[in-house]
Design a protein around this ligand. Structure first.
Ligand code: HEM
Length: 323
């Protein structure tokens, strides 16, 4: 009895001690991050510079001198100061051709995005290892990233313009600014061809794709069997949809009763009957590989294909009932 209370007392005491150190650790990193952020942020540096030189660039030069010699010499004109605070676009044209070109040559990285910024940025650029240097590059990086995104969007646009499987024959829009007339004529031809090429059939009322979808959801037995069957090749061949027999077709090892789907088939009943009593994968994939057979006929599954020897007696009896 003595051991139990002692152990209990000790255990609760230990956990708090462990917890406290963990909290301290978590707090420390957060505080460090907060401290770093203000240091890294440009605003403080800029403010100090701006205070001394709201209009005059020479102030910025004063901060720069430690890093690069050329900066102070060039900073003569107010161009750089105005560039730092304002948009670079306005100042760049004059400043670039001006004497500053030598400086920018020494600072090629910064020059592209922000010509004016380089003066302020340049000093931090050399000591990049320090946190204070980090902010300027981040701004530049964002500017540079915008350009690649544009290129990516263009690359994405290309495939969208390309042919899609369910569009039928697609006119050639790709190359041809010079061939505009020819491509235009091809467009007119293609627009005429698609309906004929697709061989779509006018479905009778109540047999639209939506009607078929609703029928599949209705819970109606569309397979024609009460349970999944083991279907032998001879059984599949037997159920070819003729003489009142159901139309079965196999696809990837599964057997489907396509009888109820015949009047719903957009390609026509006759086309669909071509796969009755046989494996329909080849014809199906030749015509419309984008169609999901299993989704379209999910409620029509009769069973799975097996070899002739694997046909159980029970299956034969069930088939006789169906016939
Ligand atoms: C047995 C499974 C089949 C299913 C579930 C099925 C389903 C479909 C569907 C959903 C469409 C409309 C496609 C669209 O609008 O993009 C379609 C169209 C068509 N199907 Fe089938 N089909 C089957 C078998 C066949 C077979 C075996 C043939 C021909 C031998 C065929 C010929 C066509 C034709 C010519 C069209 C119209 C042209 C087209 O839409 O691309 N189908 N079929």
């Amino acid at each position: 009895s003595l051991f139990l209370p002692q152990v209990d007392d000790k255990r609760p005491a230990s956990p708090p001690s462990n917890i406290t150190p963990a909290d301290d650790d978590t707090k420390e990193p957060t505080t460090v991050d907060n401290e770093r952020r203000p240091d890294t942020l440009v605003p403080p540096d800029v403010k100090s510079e701006t205070k001394s030189s709201p209009d005059t660039t020479p102030k910025a030069v004063a901060s720069d001198p430690p890093n690069g010699e050329p900066v102070p010499t060039f900073t003569l004109a107010g161009h750089e100061t105005s560039d730092d605070e304002d948009d670079e676009e306005d100042l760049p044209p004059p400043s670039f051709p001006a004497l500053n070109s030598a400086q920018r040559a020494s600072r090629p990285n910064v020059a592209l995005a922000h010509p004016s910024a380089p003066t302020l940025m340049a000093p931090p650029a050399k000591p990049t290892a320090t946190s204070s240097l980090m902010p300027p590059p981040s701004l530049k990086a964002s500017n540079l990233r915008a350009l690649p995104t544009n290129s990516q969007s263009s690359s994405l646009r290309i495939p969208t313009t390309g042919p899609l499987p369910n569009r039928g024959p697609v006119p050639n829009r790709n190359p041809s600014s010079s061939l505009g007339v020819a491509s235009f004529s091809s467009l007119s031809n293609s627009s005429i061809k698609p309906p004929n090429a697709r061989n779509k059939v006018q479905l009778t009322p109540g047999h639209s794709p939506l009607d078929w979808a609703n029928l599949q959801r209705s819970g109606t037995n569309l397979s024609g069997v009460s349970s999944l069957q083991r279907v032998t090749p001879s059984m599949l061949k037997h159920n070819n949809g003729r003489k009142g027999k159901p139309a079965w077709s196999s696809y990837q090892g599964k057997v489907y009763n396509i009888t109820p789907y015949l009047p719903f088939h957009p390609g026509g009943e006759g086309e669909l009957r071509r796969v009755a009593g046989k494996d329909g994968a080849k014809l199906f994939m030749e015509v419309h590989p984008w169609v999901n057979w299993d989704n379209m006929l999910g409620e029509c599954v009769v069973g799975v294909m097996v070899s002739e020897e694997q046909a159980p007696a029970n299956v034969t009896s069930s088939l006789e009932e169906m016939d």
